[in-house]
Design a binder for this molecule. Sequence first.
Ligand SMILES: Cc1ncc(COP(=O)(O)O)c(C=O)c1O
Length: 466
Amino acid sequence: MILEISLHMNNKYTNLLAFDSENVWHPYTSMTDPLPTYLVDSANGVTINLASGENLTDGMSSWWAVIHGYNHPKLNKALIEQAKKVSHVMFGGLTHEPAIKLAQTLLEITPSSLSKVFFSDSGSVAVEVAIKMSLQYWHSKSSINGNKLTKTKLLTVKSGYHGDTFAAMAVCDPINGMHQLFESNLTQHYFAPEPKIAFGEQWNEDEMLELTAMFKLYHNELAAFIIEPIVQGAGGMRIYHPNYLLSCQALCKKYNVLFIVDEIATGFGRTGELFACDWNNITPDILCLGKALTGGYMTLAATLCSKDVADVISTGEANCFMHGPTFMANPLACAVANASLDLLLERNSGEYVNKTQKYTSNIWKNTTSYFNVKTIESYLQKKMVLLSKHKRVNDIRILGAIGIVESKQKVNMAIIQKRFVELGVWIRPFGQLIYIMPPFISTPADINKLINAIRTVLDEDSCFIN
Ligand SMILES: Cc1ncc(COP(=O)(O)O)c(C=O)c1O
């Protein structure tokens, strides 16, 4: 009987996977020759349970998002409680407490330059909104002042990644980005060399020469400068010196260009500071948030901007900001984001409503999440660094709960992925990069398991392309 049930279950899973492989498109995947996918049954804490029976230690936080781990009782409760009240209402003409409370918290914990919040449904859309805000800002300025509109382009750095929608793609790395294919359909912007001086290296002002020259040359055309703070993620997993970001801010001020910071991957503690902006007290004009905003439970993003940006847009020709997604500020997503922030900041729900005082980095540095990120970082520094001696390794980069092994060869995705699953971990490399950004609740034993698995695959030729 037991054998019969298990055969029946196996059949069910085989059928599901066969349908998936035939009909369901996965990220960055071929439909004619799809890479294998693994069927998830459930997930709990740092463990992803496959339907086939394997239990995998998660090294990815589902792409930076699941910071508190899976199936968290407090996040589950927030969702259930909110679902009993209202799961969704349009945000045009209506508002609700979860969104208001979330906006209050975000303004309290982010840089002091920001005072308005625009909610949207994904990181890419948050970037679209940021770019649109910057373009509409200069459009409004020129209509108010009666000047010709010249500031319609963006400046960014190479090796960046800001999402997959068209405005976001147009500021991703133009060569090694995934979007070279669409070049002829993308707005052409300006690209400076990527930051070269790594986090922790000696700072040298010469680093800014080329970027400064571009600001000088093009500032009359520039609506905004956009950058990922400190960590360039999907564009190459590079970690750069905080002084670079500070100098970018100074250049934006000097040349009258809006400063957009994309914290979608780095926000909410991942780098060790609550926001990567906090490494050097950066005060952007526009800030993009997403991913870990809801603890990885729901898709939700936010674009925050300064009073000046909002005022200028609102007094220009259109009198309003021209954007409004159907699922803007979805109450379920906002409720779970509030619960996630309560966990992260160790505050009781409602404790901070109507308080205008800024959250300080001292408070963050007393939380369990901060302590956990620092513990993960020191463990990575102790153990992952040892992999730098491996003949296949080019570089090791570590910051907060992010550990990156850059190999000399590209990985063979199908084989390396299968090996990681056999080794009981979920790590999803790309190109030459094998990297982990585990949930903050990961223990040293979990991190050890992830590092050991990386060490094992580094020894296996079949996991790499020559
Ligand atoms: C820095 C950055 N910006 C934007 C995005 C796009 O976010 P989403 O995938 O939610 O659209 C990502 C996603 O990886 C990101 O890392």
